[in-house]
Design a protein around this ligand. Sequence first.
Ligand code: HEM
Length: 214
Amino acid sequence: MRPIFGSSLTKKLVMALAGLFLILFLLVHLSINLLILSDDPERYNRVAHFMASNPVIKVIEVVLMLSFLIHFIWGLVLQIQNWIARSFRYRTTHSSQTSFFSKYMIYTGVIILIFLILHFLNFFFVKLGLVEGDPENFYGMAYELFRNPMYTIIYLICFLILAFHLNHAFQSAFQTLGLNHPTYTPVIKGLGLLYSIVVPAGFSIIPIVICFFK
Ligand code: HEM
């Protein structure tokens, strides 16, 4: 019987494309949120207001949410299929040439999903009016949040997990899209390593500076 939503390969391709879109989103989200470190709240709040009110961004936001959903659901489905297949195929522990973090993608993925739910309660749901707060002053809300060492520690742990996930995710997405080449693959792996360090480190600077230096 033909699988409903396409073969595992199709699911992996769709998941990789959604993943690459999320990788792009994180770069944009980081560059906007680094404005929080400026002493002028208006700079950040103006951009946050633009992001909240611009109709094009609203459409992109729907694509973003769908990408997260598709990426997570297909990730879970493919992992469960893998576990079932493996329980039939392997009785002995099988150590293949996979990167260290690739073995834990489903666990780091679930933790990032839990982080997103907390993060939406902190910010995004405020914007939607579902949670109390001032959507015109995300600057003030971020300072209030990260002045609480508990939130800063939670966010920092989640950014570390995000780094582990991105470390394998970046190269794996390009591999799934068939970009395997003796010259390009080492470059993609290098870019992936750089991205998985720089982006989570960039996000980590925000709570660290607010909590310990502002
Ligand atoms: C210190 C780090 C971060 C800060 C200060 C921050 C701040 C914000 C704020 C103020 C919003 C609501 C405004 C808006 O919706 O545009 C938001 C939304 C969002 N954040 Fe973050 N964020 C951070 C890190 C992250 C990370 C690491 C992820 C993903 C793993 C993430 C994913 C999202 C998503 C998906 C939304 C809703 C989509 C959107 O509207 O842009 N954020 N964030």
